[in-house]
Write a protein that binds this ligand. Structure first.
Ligand code: CA
Length: 219
């Protein structure tokens, strides 16, 4: 899952990025409002973390613009401690959730997991199919109760397919959601990750839609 992080406090930004990266998220960073507005309008993020107090352009006007353009990516806003009216305005402008600074990184990570899950057909964070269990919170997989080692990229592919269960996902779409803007995107590597996931988790888990992409069936 790919996330845009729009935050101008460099130390805080680095801290958030590390926490999200450790969960296998691909993270793009915007340090000012213009960059945030541009990236959010042009890249297919799965969620956006938007500080409302950004240089060049304030977060609230960016959020209103996105929503008026029909961009419905889930947005978590970050506000100052005494910014209750900002929070009200942000939620009214289409934010999905908010956090007040300062906050604990584990709470931020949990709120991001929750807003990502809202688009899934099942509210259960653990995906089960046959003898496979895949926990979307931790990226841990077990087959018949036995833990299976997955690389960060395998977890990223699996997470995106599970969040889009029952829908065909192209290689291009997968690579846009598992790599950051600067990431070295090569859609051939996607086929390699899928082959490894089949070997580790079961040959019938991920269906190839010939010439179009992959899907995990909801059955
Ligand atoms: Ca700020």
């Amino acid at each position: 899952m790919r996330i845009l992080l729009a935050e101008d406090e460099v130390a805080l930004c680095d801290q958030i990025r590390r926490v999200l990266a450790a969960e296998g998220r691909a993270v793009d960073v915007a340090h000012d409002g213009d960059e945030a507005a541009f990236l959010g309008a042009t890249e297919p993020y799965d969620a956006i973390i938007l500080d409302l107090g950004l240089p060049r352009r304030d977060g609230l006007s960016i959020l209103k613009d996105w929503r008026s353009q029909g961009i419905d990516i889930p947005v978590l806003i970050l506000t100052a401690r005494d910014g209750w009216s900002q929070r009200v305005d942000g939620l009214d402008a289409g934010a999905d959730d908010y956090l007040t600074k300062p906050f604990h990184m584990s709470e931020l990570a949990a709120r991001i997991r929750a807003i990502l899950r809202r688009r899934m057909p099942s509210a259960d964070p653990v995906f089960r199919k046959g003898s496979l269990e895949f926990d979307t919170r931790t990226g841990r997989a077990t087959v018949e109760g036995v833990p299976v080692d997955l690389t960060q990229q395998e977890v990223a592919v699996m997470t995106y397919l599970v969040h889009n269960i029952g829908r065909m996902v192209s290689r291009m779409e997968l690579s846009e959601h598992i790599y950051s803007y600067d990431g070295d995107r090569d859609s051939n590597t996607i086929a390699v990750f899928v082959a490894r996931l089949r070997r580790k988790l079961g040959p019938d888990l991920i269906r190839t839609v010939r010439g179009r992409g992959y899907s995990i069936d909801a059955d």
